[in-house]
Every structure is written in structure tokens, then in C-alpha cells.
Design a protein around this ligand. Sequence first.
Ligand code: ATP
Length: 231
Amino acid sequence: MISITDLRAAYGPLPVLFGLDLNVARGETLALIGANGAGKTTTFAVMTGRLKPQAGSVSVAGRDIAGLTPMDIVSHGLALVPEGRQLFPSLTVEENLVVGAHSRRAGAWHLERVYEIFPTVVEFRKRPSTALSGGQQQLVAIGRALMSNPEVLLCDELSLGLSPAAVDVVYSALQKLRGAGLTTVIVEQDIARALAFSDRFACMRHGRIVLSGSSTAADRTEISNAYFGMR
Ligand code: ATP
């Protein structure tokens, strides 16, 4: 579903991705892990058109999307749940969700279906997004991404700034999407949670994938060594 080959990207003179190769199968959940600064968010930035790659290819369902605009990429079926949620504070919960449908991509997701799977946000639908707790805001951010009817969902640091209880709520909500056929990539600092939630993992260091494999069969020592650069 996702095929990334020899991807290179930089912020001005600062190179960040040094030839990244990554494949994710249709319907699979992949955990992209790695230390701060490894390049995980930058990978998402290139995949979603927020940063132009210098070289390499990114394809989704066989269509090359590298270098397209963010709007075009959403219409090709790729949606981002950004780090820090980035809801519009001046809009209601429902308005934030509707923003996600802007691409008018056809599919099975609509407001009522989002409320069905995240029922705790329904009572806030007419309230400003700022009236919600951090965990509920995270559900709205996921719902907003679903409103674009994606085939691929990229989730960046869903647990950031949330209490352990709120993180549990967010992941159990995400679990409800597992049967919906979405291909999902999660960036998550909590490695135990990332492995428990995913089918496969890929560990990044210095802008490359240095280790990948099945999450259930993952060797924690091997992951630590890859994560901290001891191999
Ligand atoms: P984190 O967990 O800290 O978000 P990450 O793996 O997502 O880590 P990135 O955010 O992709 O890493 O950052 C990779 C490198 O790019 C870091 O050295 C970072 O300082 C740099 N970087 C990120 N965003 C920018 C930017 N907008 N301008 C310049 N450099 C940036």
C-alpha cells in the first residue's frame, strides 16, 4: 500500500532523510519508532506533501505522490493526525470534523459514523474544540482525518501530553479502526505500546530505517541497540 524508496529530504541545508526505504502492506499497522530527531515527523511531512523530497519515490496504492501538494495527497487517500492534534480552537468539534471532509473524497466515513465509533465526543459536537480534554481532542483529530476517507492513516505521537488514562482511551478508540481495512502508520515514543498495537515495526535512526520486523517477534535488545545506535 505504501512504498517508499531511497527517500531524501532536507530543511534548507540540513539533510534529514538519507535514503529511507519503507513498505507497508494494505491493512497493516506499522509502528515507526526512533529517538528524537531520527526523522519520523519529517518522513510524515514528505509523505503528506508538507516538505518536498530531494530524491526518491513515495507511492500509495501504486500511485506516485512524492512532491504533490498536501491537498492532492489527501485526495489520493492519505490522511495525517498531526503531532499536537492541531485542532482549530475557534471552531466547534463538529466544524473541526467537517474541515476533514474538504477533499470530498468518496468513501464510507461521514459525521455520524465518526460519532458512532467515538461516542464520547458527541455531547461536545456544538462546543468549541477547546472545551474537550486532551484525549477527547485527540479523538476529534483522528475523526477529522477519517472524514477525508483515507486508505492510509498516519498518526504522529498520539500520546503526546496525555495522561496514561487518556492514552488508553485513544488507543482503544484506534483499535476500533483495526477491522476497517485502513493501512495505519503510528509514530509513538512508548515502544512497548507501539509494539503491542502494531503488526510490524520499523526503527529509524539518522534518517534511515535501521531495523524492521514483526512486532510480536520483536527482540527488545535488538530494538534498543538499533534505537540508540549500538549496532
Ligand atoms: P521527534 O520525536 O523529536 O519529533 P523525529 O524523529 O520526528 O523526532 P523530526 O522532527 O523529523 O524527528 O526531526 C529530524 C531532524 O530535523 C531534527 O534534527 C530536527 O531538529 C530537524 N527539523 C525538524 N523540523 C525542522 C524544521 N522545520 N526546520 C529545520 N529543522 C527541522
